[in-house]
Design a protein around this ligand. Structure first.
Ligand code: BGC
Length: 490
């Protein structure tokens, strides 16, 4: 598709400074010949993910997995040992809590488990938005806030839930940032991701941070399992279905975990659990090998809170898709007069465009793209003509397609590692990949691109055995289930 931007082409450009620090004064140069089409074409070429690219990425993920399993620091993929060597069976019984910290919201959850017969008898949850200043504040402030909200939630327990006399309430703590896990109930934070930059937590045991905050509030609770959200998702799904082997989160951030044979993990150095299995948290967000990246990705990375880190995450996850698109639009506005004579001031605000906005625009199937126009007006405060709306949709689609297809390649990278290790047995039977996260759940185009890539890579026959599914709220219940599996009262 070739779309010129504005009719009377006017080029606006700023003095050479980074886009986030533009001066308000701007020069405007008129031109009759410039269009945004070459920028789009260039973008589409750089972001293209034909089968050979997908295969290269899937193979690189497989290779990085092996290197990361051999030794800590062996590759971009940390391949973190989760210490989860038993998954829920359905026998779990009792009252358990889950605390889920992984993005701009955290959730507290109460689950009453009734064993094989009763299963999940009752659940209650509360979602709390983390004030932005706490995401950039101190560790103590963040954990005090969490303990306070947890306390308020516990106070509402009411008569429906019963805890046997003499027992502490047990928590499954889902902490969705890279952790060096040291046991099932401890782990030190390696680094914050997803826009968090809380001081004083990196290098500390996050369970100790939570315990200290709970002690300050005299809250008598005990963390029985510290898990990544992918591990919670896997456990939650396994509770219902024994064929679940992989869990993937595609939300603000992204990650995947899977069930590994313990003897394939060299860095366990012979300390193999009796179950013979271990859930491994890949932390695939840190993958970077051979990705089709653009100048916009690189600039966004440089400006990020964690430059040079989590490149796969910055290419495929929900936090970043809108920001990449915004950066392309800035270039189109500056060099191709996408918005006509004046560049909307709000276009220079980082992260003003979010993936739910891209998604909402991509659902507009009308000829005049009225919904697209009104979304852009709401965000940027300007009217955008039809040809520019079409162009913007093309940019969204290019970035979303690349993200979804690369995520699909990531899934195949994991599956093919498991397949190679089982001498071709995995693909002969039903294997379930459990998906979670708002991006996957709410963005049909993204989901479609991901599924297409998996089918292209695996072929239609094998793909029939690979079930990619999403069940609501696997991860919260999963953490509570793991608290039950690893209960200190067992
Ligand atoms: C974190 C992972 C997490 C993922 C999805 C990433 O930024 O590093 O630990 O699983 O986001 O929430």
């Amino acid at each position: 598709m070739a779309v010129a931007a504005a009719s009377g082409t006017v080029v606006s450009f700023y003095a050479a400074t980074s886009s986030s620090k533009r001066p308000r004064v701007r020069m405007t140069v008129r031109s009759s010949s410039l269009s945004v089409t070459p920028i789009l074409t260039n973008l589409q070429n750089t972001c293209a993910t034909p089968l050979p690219t997908l295969r290269r990425v899937a193979d690189a993920i497989t290779a990085d997995m092996r290197a990361g399993l051999a030794v800590d620091g062996g590759s971009d993929l940390k391949m973190i040992i989760s210490f989860v060597d038993s998954l829920p069976t359905g026998d779990e019984e009792g009252l358990f809590y889950a605390l889920d910290l992984g993005g701009t919201n955290f959730r507290v959850l109460r689950v009453h488990l009734g064993g094989k017969e009763g299963r999940v008898i009752d659940t209650e949850f509360e979602r709390v938005t983390i004030p932005e200043e706490l995401m950039l504040g101190t560790s103590e402030e963040l954990f005090d806030f969490i303990a306070l909200r947890l306390e308020t939630f516990v106070q509402k327990e009411g008569g429906r839930f019963h805890l046997p006399q003499g027992r502490n309430r047990e928590i499954g703590f889902t902490f969705s940032f890279p952790i060096k896990q040291t046991s099932i109930d401890s782990g030190t934070l390696i680094t914050w991701t997803k826009g968090f930059a809380v001081s004083g937590t990196a290098g500390r045991d996050v369970v100790a941070c939570l315990n200290e905050a709970m002690e300050r509030r005299r809250l008598d609770m005990h963390v029985s399992a510290l898990v990544n959200d992918t591990v919670g998702t896997l456990a939650g799904a396994r509770y219902w279905d024994d064929d679940v082997m992989v869990a993937v989160v595609l939300g603000t951030g992204t990650n995947a975990c899977y069930v590994e044979r313990a003897d394939a993990i060299q860095k366990l150095q012979g300390q193999t659990p009796s179950s013979g299995i271990m859930v491994v948290n890949t932390e695939w967000g840190a993958f970077s090998n051979g990705l089709p990246l653009t100048e916009f990705d690189r600039e966004m990375d440089v400006a990020s809170l964690n430059p040079g880190e989590h490149i796969f995450e910055k290419t495929i996850s929900g936090m970043y898709l809108g920001e990449i698109v915004r950066r392309v639009l800035v270039s189109m506005a500056d060099c191709g007069a996408l918005f006509g004579e004046s560049v909307p001031e709000k276009l220079s605000t980082p992260f003003i465009l979010r993936s739910p906005d891209l998604c909402a625009m991509q659902q507009d199937k009308s000829d005049d793209l009225e919904a697209v126009g009104s979304i852009l007006r709401d965000i940027f405060g300007v009217s955008v003509n039809l040809s520019a709306r079409k162009m913007i949709l093309e940019v969204c689609d290019t970035i979303v397609k690349r993200g979804g297809r690369l995520a699909g390649a990531g899934i195949v990278g994991i599956l093919q590692k498991m397949e190679q290790d089982t001498n071709g047995l995995l693909f002969e039977k039903r294997t379930v990949v459990e998906m979670d996260g708002s991006l996957y759940e709410h963005y049909p185009q993204y989901r479609g691109y991901l599924q297409d890539a998996v089918i292209e890579l695996l072929g239609s026959e094998i793909s029939k055995n690979v079930i990619i599914q999403h069940k609501k709220d696997g991860s919260g219940i999963g953490a509570a289930l793991l608290a039950a599996v690893y209960s200190k009262y067992k």
